[in-house]
Design a protein around this ligand. Structure first.
Ligand code: QVQ
Ligand code: ZN
Length: 336
């Protein structure tokens, strides 16, 4: 990771992983190579888009003054990781078919006033729960935030949406994280324009082709779409191919936008000793009428595997029967 051009951080602020990285390309929003990469569903750091320029003034004080008095969703973690889990799938586990599926809830989701969140952020000391505010931007915010939101560069992102035949914008998530917070490796089923507003975030991405190296949880597991590999201490006996995963990387700074293609794995960390970070993401449903061409693309094969797992659970009912049936189908027959 060459960072001599960036005086704002250095590699000692990045967590160390046993991976080899290729730099994610960075191009100006008007550079034709930007749209070329997006059309190939490859990541690109987009410069000078002004996508969230109106939010460049967002700091904790401004947000506390203007975000209103609503409750916001904050995750608490005993460590630096904020691993996502699907609450609906947790409820299913509590039924009898969930027996035997190991799941330890990694974070606690609480509602918190922004002032309380900011106070705890400022007073945080080693040993305290870490905090991560992750709140959908909605109509509870104050008029100034609405004005800043309206003044996002919608021409830019709507242009990408139509040029690349994305579906509708589904969500803008406001993210306020502590330095050192990590969102562990996972993939989403949406296109994502990830607009960094304040502070620096290191983004590690892997193409959908790395499915075999990243060992996702079963689809019915609460950690569906998340990698089972703990990047801090990988278990190479369980996950031997992780060492071969093809990793891409970039450290995103204020005003920069990372295009995270649908089904691309991403691990995101607020750099250590860099202060808190503020991000707004733009999630778009994928193309509604994507034409199928052969050979199928890797992300399409991931979608097929997901559908097979869902269908098997539908007919077998018991999640513990899905694995053994797949093993019976494959071992000795489709294994070299
Ligand atoms: C982070 C996405 C990233 C965010 C937490 C959830 C977000 C995400 O840590 O920056 O935008 O797809 O995974
Ligand atoms: Zn994500």
């Amino acid at each position: 990771m060459s960072n001599e051009k960036k005086s704002n951080w250095d590699s000692s602020q990045l967590r160390k992983y046993n991976l080899t990285f290729t730099e994610i390309p960075r191009f100006d929003c008007d550079d034709p190579r930007t749209d070329e990469l997006i059309s190939q569903q490859k990541p690109v750091v987009i410069l000078n888009s002004n996508l969230a320029a109106s939010a460049q003034k967002w700091n904790l004080e401004y947000l506390e003054t203007h975000m209103g008095d609503a409750d916001y969703t904050v995750y608490l973690s005993r460590n630096h990781k904020f691993k996502y889990f699907d609450e609906k799938k947790v409820q299913k586990l509590n039924g009898d078919i969930g027996k035997g599926i190991d799941f330890m809830q990694p974070t606690k989701k609480v509602d918190m006033k922004l002032s309380e969140f900011i106070r705890r952020l400022k007073e945080w000391k080693r040993g305290d729960d870490r905090l991560y505010l992750q709140q959908g931007l909605n109509n509870t915010v104050g008029p100034e935030i609405v004005r800043d939101f309206v003044n996002f560069n919608w021409e830019f992102c709507n242009g990408k949406q139509s040029k690349h035949n994305w579906g509708p914008l589904t969500y803008n998530l406001l993210l306020i994280g502590m330095e050192g917070n990590v969102t562990p490796c996972h993939y989403d089923e949406q296109q994502n324009l990830f607009a960094q507003i304040y502070g620096y975030k290191r983004c590690i991405l892997f193409p959908p082709s790395e499915f075999e190296c990243l060992y996702p949880y079963p689809v019915h597991h609460p950690h569906d779409r998340q990698s089972m590999v703990d990047f801090d201490k990988p278990d190479y006996s369980k996950f031997p191919k992780f060492k071969d995963a093809k990793a891409y990387e970039s450290v995103l700074g204020p005003g920069e936008v990372l295009y995270i293609p649908v089904y691309w794995w991403h691990h995101i960390e607020s750099i250590m000793r860099g202060g808190h970070t503020i991000t707004v993401n733009f999630w778009y449903k994928d193309s509604p009428n994507a034409k199928i061409s052969y050979p199928l693309k890797d992300f399409q094969k991931v979608a097929i595997m997901r559908n097979i797992e869902k269908m098997l659970l539908d007919v077998l009912k018991d999640p513990k029967e899905v694995g053994p049936l797949l093993k019976t189908m494959v071992l000795g027959r489709f294994t070299e």
